[in-house]
Design a protein around this ligand. Structure first.
Ligand code: HEC
Length: 129
């Protein structure tokens, strides 16, 4: 009986070690992004573009890690509105934190169907220009 329980509990323990924690994505978003993009990701007037179900982010999922880490400047068109205010990057964020933030955008802002893996984020970060 005891061994049986161990066989059930141990794999769950192992899985939890290798899964990137979901909730921390939300709190990182609230800490690092919500002050500008808004808690619900709707942006702010003509100054800050939206992230929630917004076309630019959905069409550029291959470079979001770079945008978060190194920022973005110049004109961007999001949902038909042109924005042109530089966003500073957040250099302190680790690839793990960036993965969690992106997965918060996946689950809450419908960024895309598939979750991000740490390896994908690391690959993106190795190719930022
Ligand atoms: C200080 C305000 C500020 C903060 C904090 C901020 N952003 Fe931005 N963000 C902007 C602005 C302004 C732009 C528009 C940049 C431009 O015009 O080139 C932008 C653009 C973007 C874009 C590309 C345009 C779009 O809407 O898809 C993404 C993606 C993005 N931000 C994600 C994030 C994420 C994720 C965070 C938190 C890790 C974050 N930003 C933090 C101000 C901010």
């Amino acid at each position: 009986m005891r061994l049986h329980r161990l066989l059930v509990v141990f794999p769950i323990f192992l899985i939890s070690c290798f899964t990137v924690e979901d909730n921390s994505g939300k709190s990182s978003y609230l800490t690092h992004c919500a002050s500008c993009h808004g808690e619900s990701g709707k942006g702010f007037q003509e100054l800050i573009p939206p992230l929630n179900q917004a076309d630019y982010a959905q069409e550029n999922t291959d470079r979001l890690a770079c945008i978060i880490k190194y920022g973005i400047e110049g004109e961007v068109e999001v949902e038909g509105v042109v924005y042109d205010q530089p966003m500073a990057g957040i250099l302190d964020l680790s690839p793990e934190e960036i993965t969690n933030i992106l997965n918060f955008l996946v689950t809450d802002f419908k960024l895309r169907d598939k979750k991000f893996q740490l390896t994908e984020v690391r690959t993106q970060l190795s190719r930022c220009q």
